[in-house]
Design a protein around this ligand. Structure first.
Ligand SMILES: [Zn+2]
Length: 77
């Protein structure tokens, strides 16, 4: 999938997790995190029943240790 080198600066790439965080309660600090690990078709609509997208494939994320650029790689199911 990747040769583990940044195409811009040739730095080492490290696997990371991208995630979103819901609103955080200022008192309890409670919040929900969801890792961003799927992608869907560009015109995908949420299911009327579940509210979820149908995944087209998985996403892997990598960070360049030198320049900080983040790379996303999709896999087809
Ligand atoms: Zn780089």
């Amino acid at each position: 999938m990747t040769n583990n080198k940044c195409p811009d600066c040739n730095g080492e790439l490290t696997k990371i997790i991208l995630f979103g965080r819901s609103w955080e309660n200022p008192l309890s600090r409670a919040a929900s995190d969801a890792d961003l690990s799927f992608y869907a078709e560009g015109e995908a609509k949420r299911s009327g029943l579940s509210g979820k997208f149908k995944p087209k494939g998985d996403v892997e994320s990598f960070l360049c240790n030198e320049c900080g650029r983040i790379f996303l790689f999709g896999t087809v199911k």
